[in-house]
Each structure stands twice: as structure tokens, then as C-alpha cells.
Design a protein around this ligand. Structure first.
Ligand code: OOG
Ligand code: MG
Length: 265
């Protein structure tokens, strides 16, 4: 038996296993259990199939997300490299709307800084300054992640194929222009049910949240892709993620950007 997912049939079978797990709020076996030599490039091809399935069901591509951009997250997940995934309209949770935890298998919340792009952004040499120039607004955000692997036990290719655990995202009601704001210094207090879980600043995400978006754009360029005006990009959790259940309230409080409060049902 092959140790790599090689044929289109293999890739589609991997994607289908993750799609079915997401649809039934259950789990799938890690792909690297079946294909120990699955590489990251192939995992992104599987991710494309997973995202295409959401779009075939009527969802629209609305943005992208970085994962594992902070030391806190890399240590929590035991994966030492960043990854990315795509956000679709069916993942958007309006501020003030409850997160329905039963829709997910093992939901966790995490505090992030989000970018709303004012212009298209693509290219192999894009840096943090280019990202800021293309950004209309930065917003406080909470991501609801949900791994399709039991216990969040995965390697980098596994999590990449799983659209980097994308499941839901909540943006603050208002954003601000990034002009004159040093995002590295934006403080974040993260609470569950009023208890302080962790604190961080923007610098926790690859030194600067804008550098995370630049990392994404350079990686997309290598695949002939880019980001479009109007897209939202989540720069990655600044702290560890926390498990949520019905009745929990999550608060991500940011200096300058404001707060996002998420009630779970
Ligand atoms: C992978 C997704 C990580 C982040 O912000 O670091 C992520 C996971 O932890 O399941 O979204
Ligand atoms: Mg995240």
C-alpha cells in the first residue's frame, strides 16, 4: 500500500473523511495514520477539496486564517510551524449571536486580531508594511476552532488538510484604521467566565500580526493565489485556545480595538 496520498481518488477520500466528520460534529482518523508520508503540499490540496465542498453547498469565500503563529499555540498543539486555512460565510457568527456548541465536535475559542483588506494583496515579496497599506481596518476577534481529529491530536499535514481547524469566527462590531497603531503593542486579556485565562500582546503572533498576513500572502503566491479586497484575515491566536461548553462566556479584551464577548449555548 502507498504511504502517500497520490491519486485524485486518495485526495478526495481524505477530504471526504474530514467533510463527513465536520458535518456530523464527530471525528476522523488522522490522515497521517493512513498515509505516514503525507506532505504539507499535498495536505493543502486536500484542504482545497474540503473548502470547495463548503462552496458547493452555497457558502462563499470570505477570508483566510493563520494558525499556529504564536509560541503559546505551537506549544499547546505541539506543532512548530504556522499554517493557514480559508474562512467561508457559513463560519461567520455575528457579534452578539450565541455560539451553538452542539454544531461542533470539540469547540475551543481563542483571541485574535483580524484584518479587513481594502485592496487586493498578492505577491512573493509582500511584507508587513504592504499588509498595513492594504488594510482598511483591524478588528478584535474570537475564533471558534474545531479539530476533526479526536483530542486535537494531529501533525502539521493533518491540521492543514483539516482547513487548519477552521469552524467559526466572531468579529468585533467595530474596527479601527491601523494607521498610527503599533499592533505589536496591542494588549489582549482573555477570559472564560470572568476568569483570566491568559494575557498577550500582538507581538505574540510572529512578532507582529501584520507579519502573519504577509507570511500567508507569500505562501499563497507560491501557489499562484492571493487575497482579495473585502476579505477578512485572522492573524492567529495570541494565547492558548480554551474549550467551551453551553453556558460559557468568553471575553477577548484588546487595547485600542475593543472587546468581543461570546456566549455559548
Ligand atoms: C489549529 C488551528 C490554530 C491558531 O489561531 O493558532 C489556530 C488548532 O489549534 O487546532 O487557528
Ligand atoms: Mg485561530
Amino acid at each position: 500500500m502507498t504511504t502517500k496520498a497520490e491519486t485524485m481518488t486518495d485526495l478526495q477520500a481524505c477530504a471526504t473523511s474530514l467533510i463527513n466528520a465536520a458535518a456530523s460534529a464527530s471525528s476522523a482518523p488522522p490522515l497521517t495514520g493512513t498515509y505516514p508520508d503525507l506532505d504539507v503540499a499535498t495536505a493543502y490540496q486536500i484542504q482545497d477539496l474540503v473548502v470547495a465542498d463548503r462552496i458547493s453547498r452555497g457558502a462563499v469565500l470570505v477570508g483566510a486564517k493563520l494558525g499556529l503563529t504564536s509560541v503559546a499555540k505551537q506549544q499547546q498543539m505541539n506543532v512548530a510551524e504556522p499554517c493557514y486555512g480559508w474562512l467561508t460565510s457559513d463560519m461567520r457568527i455575528d457579534a452578539g449571536t450565541a455560539v451553538i456548541t452542539a454544531a461542533y465536535g470539540q469547540p475551543r475559542c481563542e483571541p485574535e486580531i483580524a484584518f479587513l483588506l481594502g485592496t487586493d494583496l498578492e505577491g512573493a515579496n509582500v511584507g508587513a508594511a504592504d499588509v498595513l497599506a492594504a488594510t482598511a481596518m483591524v478588528l478584535p476577534a474570537v475564533e471558534v476552532i474545531d479539530s476533526r481529529y479526536a483530542g486535537y491530536k494531529f501533525t502539521l499535514p493533518d491540521v492543514v488538510a483539516d482547513n487548519s481547524s477552521s469552524a467559526g469566527f466572531v468579529l468585533g462590531a467595530q474596527g479601527i484604521s491601523p494607521i498610527g497603531v503599533d499592533l505589536r503593542l496591542v494588549g489582549c486579556n482573555f477570559y472564560k467566565n470572568g476568569q483570566l485565562i491568559a494575557t498577550a500582546t500582538g507581538a505574540a503572533a510572529l512578532g507582529n500580526p501584520a507579519s502573519c498576513v504577509a507570511w500567508l500572502v507569500r505562501h499563497l503566491a507560491a501557489r499562484g493565489q492571493g487575497l482579495k479586497a473585502g476579505m477578512v484575515v485572522m492573524a492567529g491566536a495570541l494565547t492558548e485556545a480554551i474549550a467551551v461548553a453551553p453556558g460559557d462566556t468568553i471575553t477577548a479584551e484588546f487595547d485600542r480595538l475593543g472587546s468581543v464577548i461570546v456566549s455559548c449555548q
